[in-house]
Design a protein. Structure first.
Length: 378
């Protein structure tokens, strides 16, 4: 199979930009499909470091500096607007279309991660299958869609007013490279919150829980306005207590901090499509304390890999009981579900089913359950 994978304009496809979940998706998707022997063309920013048959530059560093030169993503979240009429989407799409046209053949797949902002690319190739392969956003358009979770698929169906299932929509969970998230059975005496420092991510809830039990909370992420011992002010919330703010972390520091935490707190207030921080923590063998809706109903085994909570009382109880959970059990479960060497087979099976559309499609009787053989449903 041949994949044309178009990256996002505001980042470089490399581990340096791991804080952008969708850039991480592009990076690991290329790695997975390449490892299976498929041809992968990556279309993205200059200086990308990606496992692909060919990297094609469609965004120069000069362009990125023109569009985002004043944005420091290590302090604030990426200053990107999801409006396809903006110059960085227009120019990137035009360049992608031009470069894809030089390389594409009949049954190739075009893989898009930017939702409706990248729809012009799909429209330019109407006889090819353009697949949105990691939907955790609302602006979806394609006939061929892969969602991050069933919770998010059903949320989108509700938004669309869709009452029936769609045969070539699928759910394939987000995927992670275990190399980036080392296991540790030994834990230090702190809880961790890592992510955007906004109200909807639940930083205030994590601080409230830790303050109630007198525990130390280490905080990492984008959005800090000011910090002094015991007080962190962000763009949206102010939290006080035994708080250590450590900034935005690189891959190595992120993995180390996660692996040594007593628990990682992910008290997301909205209906989360996937919330990858919780999976990263579990791969490290670290339990998670989350809310009890959205993706967490699929990803967190309550009382085994962490605790799902709804109230402060439940959150406090969870924090006081995380030491009862087994790090090895947590890590083993996460690796069976979300490691790239597992999830890649689920993607391969999905794309093989799409290839059947060139023949008998839904009526094809041959079926090779790759994802079940490789433990993706365990």
């Amino acid at each position: 199979m041949i994949f044309h994978v178009v990256a996002l304009p505001h980042t470089i496809t490399s581990k340096q930009y791991l804080t952008c979940a969708y850039t991480q998706k592009v990076l690991n998707f290329c790695k997975m499909m390449s490892s299976l022997g498929h041809t992968v063309y990556h279309y993205g920013a200059e200086k990308s470091v990606v496992d692909a048959t060919e990297h094609v530059t469609i965004i120069t560093e000069e362009q990125r500096q023109k569009w985002w030169g004043t944005n420091d993503f290590k302090k604030d979240f990426y200053a990107v607007d999801w409006k396809p009429e903006l110059s960085y989407w227009r120019e990137t799409n035009e360049n992608a279309i031009k470069e894809i046209a030089k390389r594409i053949s009949q049954k190739d797949f075009i893989c898009l991660i930017g939702g409706s902002c990248q729809r012009p690319i799909a429209d330019a190739f109407p006889t090819h299958m353009s697949v949105e392969y990691g939907i955790g956003y609302e602006g979806t358009f394609s006939k061929y869609r892969v969602f991050e979770s069933y919770a998010w698929m059903h949320y989108i169906y509700g938004r669309e007013g869709t009452l029936n299932g769609i045969h070539y929509d699928a759910v394939v969970p987000n995927y992670f490279d275990p190399v980036d998230f080392p296991f540790s059975a030994d834990k230090d005496n702190y809880f961790l919150f890592i992510g955007r420092l906004i109200h909807r991510k639940g930083l205030h809830v994590a601080a409230e829980i830790c303050n109630t039990i007198g525990a130390r909370l280490v905080v990492a992420g984008q959005g800090m306005v000011s910090y002094e011992a015991g007080k962190l002010v962000t763009n949206e919330v102010t939290v006080t207590g035994n708080i250590d703010y450590v900034g935005t972390l690189d891959v190595e520091a992120r993995g180390k901090l996660m692996s040594r935490a007593r628990a990682v707190m992910v008290p997301t207030q909205y209906i989360g499509p996937f919330e990858g921080v919780s999976i990263e923590a579990m791969i490290c063998g670290t339990p998670v304390i989350t809310t009890d809706w959205g993706c967490f109903s699929e990803t967190v085994l309550d009382g085994i890999t962490g605790y799902r909570t709804r109230t402060l009382g439940e959150g406090v109880w969870a924090a006081q009981n995380v030491d009862k959970l087994c790090p090895k059990t947590i890590s083993d479960y996460a690796l069976r579900k979300w490691a790239i060497d597992v999830v890649k087979y689920r993607y391969e099976e999905y794309f093989k089913e799409l290839l059947n559309l060139w023949n008998k499609g839904w009526y094809t009787l041959s079926y090779d359950p790759i994802k079940r053989r490789h433990g993706a449903f365990i």
